[in-house]
Design a protein around this ligand. Structure first.
Ligand SMILES: [Fe+2]
Length: 290
């Protein structure tokens, strides 16, 4: 039997439908994310999926009104019971500058995202593992730097020793499940400039690499654990780019931002998401455009 997973990411939902996305692109600040998500949620490919997996940045600024838009849309499109979502930095971190005690701020940040996830019927303790079909398990991690003080740090990932230890335990517990998929928000690997160019992509700057991926000790341990446990696929969001690559023997797929049109200038806007067709130990991958 084929089990289909629709992988969405970076919805950046806002409190009202007219609000602009926080971060500008060259073409200006994006609007219409709520409407795009409502439309995509009703699409037959999403409706036909057995599971909808969303890798973070559900909301643009982490407020409860935006989480309500998410929850209402899931309900209206009958997706709530088959959705698994993990948080991204926009759901958790402060996007500007703030002062205070990092530990206290981190606690408040986690409390805020917990409320949002729970409103939408989502697991809020990390890491988690869910058997979604016979022989298929998905692990969800929180890779966000809660308690950040400046905008400079808000996009950097982190897993942390405690979560890494728990993740290792969960992997061991599910050792006999043949197909393991791991979901994180941040990229566990942004290529060096030479590799990016070889793959036909633009050259990532040092600042971009430093500020958008999980830092080195965490990402090395994470990838080693995944490799040792024979994880089949790591999926992530955050970069808003469709990217499918293999690093040290593990396939890693980065999803585009689902509510961001592929071509901003196009008259008829199209949107993209990945679909994974899991059958026994095989995973078919398709970048769907709707
Ligand atoms: Fe994002």
């Amino acid at each position: 039997m084929v089990f289909k997973i629709a992988h969405l990411s970076d919805l950046h939902l806002t409190a009202t439908d007219t609000e602009k996305r926080f971060e500008p692109k060259l073409s200006g600040q994006l609007t219409g994310m709520n409407q795009a998500f409502r439309q995509i949620a009703k699409h037959k490919r999403i409706q036909a999926a057995d599971l909808v997996l969303i890798t973070g940045d559900i909301t643009d600024q982490g407020d409860m009104e935006s989480w309500s838009v998410f929850n209402d849309t899931l309900k209206a499109s009958s997706l709530r019971d088959k959705t698994l979502a993990i948080p991204g930095n926009h759901d958790v971190c402060e996007l500007m500058v703030r002062f205070g005690n990092k530990t206290k701020l981190a606690k408040a940040d986690l409390e805020k995202v917990k409320k949002g996830l729970e409103l939408a019927g989502q697991p809020s303790k990390f890491p988690w593992a869910k058997i979604i079909a016979p022989g298929v398990v998905i692990f969800g991690l929180d890779t966000n730097m809660s308690g950040n003080l400046t905008a400079l740090e808000n996009a950097i990932g982190q897993i942390g020793d405690f979560q890494m230890q728990k993740f290792a335990e969960l992997l061991a517990k599910h050792d006999d499940v043949p197909t393991k998929i791991v979901a994180v928000h941040h990229s566990p690997n942004i290529p060096e400039a030479s590799t990016a160019l070889k793959r036909g992509r633009s050259e990532p700057t040092m600042i971009y690499r430093w500020s958008h991926q999980i830092p080195r000790p965490d990402r090395f341990t994470f990838r080693m654990l995944c490799r040792a446990a024979k994880v089949r696929l790591i999926v992530h969001g955050h970069l808003h780019e469709a990217e499918d690559r293999r690093v040290n023997g593990i396939r890693i797929i980065g999803a585009p931002a689902t509510t961001e049109p592929k071509d901003f200038a196009a008259k008829k806007k199209t949107y993209r998401f990945y679909e994974y067709a899991v059958e026994e130990r095989k995973i078919g991958v398709e970048l769907v455009e709707v």
